[in-house]
Design a protein around this ligand. Structure first.
Ligand code: AGP
Length: 616
């Protein structure tokens, strides 16, 4: 979703602001802009609908000059993605510029009030009220103190925000604040930086500081950052985060797109995650904040997640119920938040699964679970994310930055993380022996090798992608845990190729979706050599009888499937049925990427989507 960057220092601001915005492109956006202020107090901005590349062209022509500036990528919520609605937005005097992530829920009332006070607002956005409120405070009670003016304005806002502000009357000073939307700052020899996530800062700093809700930070060109809380008290020890990955991790490094890179990184991600997890006492999961006795007492688990992470939750449920014998419900965070009747026990644990750790619906649901007295355990990828900060315990999947909007490596790493949790719970409550847990762990250790084998077979996916040419719709089928493989495969295809993909449990297909099938209609059937294999083969026959173009995802050597399907995406044999979904999904990730590229789409930045969905 939207992204914020800011810099004040000894260098020209525009080059880094543009680079920073480019790094934030992965979040999804539809317009972008920058505004800089020169030491003599000239504000100069450029903004436009479209990509950062277009903004660069405009900036090259306009050459905005100044050593202090702010920038933004906007994902439209209020008002169409047009130049006029792009950030930064200015106050009535044209001297205060603001960029904003989040949503101002009371903007209509504030807008009416400002108009009644004589302000002229020129955009359709909720954001534009902010510079006007700052202007009123600046000219009134704040008496020319930018930080105080920002505090006054923020006190009028309802909703969520991460804001960066510059002003022509105090060139060189940037003020930032947040509530509910992340914001980090960094101090360097070249000056001070701010951004809505660590990604743009990784190239300039190895340590960043997280602002807490309502903190106000004043950044100056000497690199100083002064942070005060909402009462105006100095924040002496802000939360520091050390960036433990190299800035090159967020670069393409020879790949044509981030999705290709991230698909290929999965074996190493799983190896990192499993490292040192099998110890003297079984599965080592110190990230849990509960004692062995407390773990043993858990009698219900509620998994909260959205999108791909929700699919992880469905597979986690199968593992936890099988290995730890604890009943699990998996909830879409957006639905859970409005289910007033939700029941928990005294020993219910909440597991929050979120790659970004910033998904608004997931965070609200987790807060609600905490309010209901549950221990909240987060599985996330992003260090210091809100989910991590607000949970009782956090397991970082350590997959490295995931830049492509379509989640790939986080999906498989989150599944494996949930398997570690299932094993740990099973050991704690006696549902499995140490020897059984070790056996399952060793099965997990095989995953990287199996994944590498799939990656070496990518030609199969490329070939199968041809069956989707000129098609408008498709069907994905699977049973048991691989119904989820089908859901995730279909989601990937929809996200990046804009081709409709219906996913169904294979046995349910005959109750409706079978009506879709006609000659040449692509159907992907996930059909491993498992206990429901023959049932799924029958469903393949049903599809073939109606003319489907069948693509099987099957275990090496499956002659039945080979005979029936036009294309087969072969998966090496796995020791446990729960391993298949982690490995087989690589084929479906690759398949969707090939289909999307065949259609000429940008696989990393699909239309309408954002990497982290920070609005409800
Ligand atoms: C995944 O490909 C999607 N882009 C999306 O469904 C995503 O998984 C969802 O928005 C949840 O994100 P999170 O894991 O960061 O909470």
């Amino acid at each position: 979703m939207c992204g914020v960057v800011g810099y004040t220092g000894i260098n020209q601001a525009s080059p880094w602001l543009l680079d920073g915005l480019q790094t934030l492109e992965y979040r999804g956006y539809d317009s972008a802009g920058i505004q800089v202020v020169s030491p003599s107090g000239n504000l100069h901005g450029v903004k436009c609908a479209g990509r950062v590349a277009a903004l660069r062209e405009r900036a090259a022509a306009a050459n905005p000059t100044g050593t202090c500036g702010i920038g933004h990528t906007r994902w439209a919520t209020h008002g169409a993605p047009i130049d006029r609605n792009a950030h930064p937005h200015l106050d009535g005097s044209g001297r205060i510029a603001v960029v904003h992530n989040g949503i101002i829920e009371n903007f209509q009332e504030l807008r009416r009030e400002l108009i009644a006070n004589g302000h002229e607002l020129v955009s359709d956005t909720d954001t534009e009220v902010i510079p006007h409120l700052i202007q009123e405070a600046w000219e009134g009670p704040a008496k020319g103190d930018l930080a105080a003016a920002v505090r006054h304005a923020a006190n009028r806002l309802e909703g969520s925000w991460a804001i960066a502000v510059i002003c022509a009357d105090c060139p060189g000073t940037m003020v930032v604040t947040r509530n509910g939307s992340p914001l980090v700052v960094a101090s360097t020899d070249d000056g001070a930086y701010a951004a809505s996530d660590v990604m743009p800062l990784a190239s300039v700093a190895s340590r960043v500081y997280q602002l807490q809700d309502y903190d106000i930070a004043t950044l100056t060109p000497d690199g100083q950052i002064k942070i005060v809380d909402r009462e105006g008290r100095a924040v002496e020890n802000p939360v520091a985060l050390d960036i433990d990955w190299d800035a090159s991790a967020a670069k393409l490094g020879g790949y044509s797109d981030f999705m290709a890179k991230e698909i290929a990184e999965q074996p190493e991600a799983i190896e990192r995650l499993l490292k040192d997890r099998l110890g003297e006492h079984g599965i080592e999961l110190d990230e849990l904040s509960l004692s062995n006795e407390e773990l043993a007492a858990i009698d219900k688990i509620v998994i909260i997640a959205c999108g791909t992470s929700y699919h992880v939750g469905l597979i986690a449920k199968a593992a936890i119920e099988r290995w730890a014998r604890i009943p699990v419900s998996v909830e879409f965070a957006s639905e859970f938040n409005y289910n007033e009747e939700y029941l928990v026990t005294d020993h219910t644990m909440c597991v929050v699964i979120t790659q970004s750790g910033e998904t608004a619906d997931t965070l609200s649901a987790a807060r609600r679970m905490r309010g209901m007295g549950c221990n909240v355990f987060a599985i996330t990828n992003v260090l210091g994310s809100t989910a991590a900060r607000e949970s009782d315990g956090t397991l970082y999947i350590q997959a490295g930055p995931e830049v492509a909007v379509a989640s790939t490596k986080a999906y498989t790493a989150q599944i494996v993380a949930s398997y570690l949790l299932a094993l740990r719970l099973g050991l704690a409550n006696g549902s499995m022996t140490r020897a059984e847990a070790e056996k399952h762990f060793h099965d997990l250790e095989e995953i990287p090798t199996q994944m590498r084998e799939i990656l070496s077979r990518r030609w199969q996916d490329k070939q199968a992608a041809r069956l989707f040419r000129d098609k408008h719709s498709s069907l994905f089928l699977g049973r048991n845990v691989n119904a989820t493989t089908a859901y995730e495969g279909a989601l990937k295809l929809k996200e990046i190729s804009y081709l409709h993909a219906e996913a169904y449990p294979a046995g349910e297909m005959k109750h409706g979706p079978i009506a879709l099938i006609e000659g040449g209609f692509p159907v992907v059937a996930v059909v491993p050599a498992d206990h429901v294999h023959d049932k799924t083969v029958s469903n393949i026959q049903e599809c073939l009888a109606r003319g489907a173009a069948m693509i099987g995802v099957a275990t090496d050597g499956d002659e039945k499937v080979a005979k029936l399907c036009s294309e087969v995406l072969w998966v090496p044999p796995v020791a446990d049925e729960l391993i298949f979904p982690v490995v087989a999904i690589l084929h479906l990730q690759l398949l969707s990427r090939y289909v999307a590229r065949d259609r000429g789409f940008d696989v990393d930045k699909p239309r309408n989507l954002a990497k982290s969905v920070t609005v409800e």
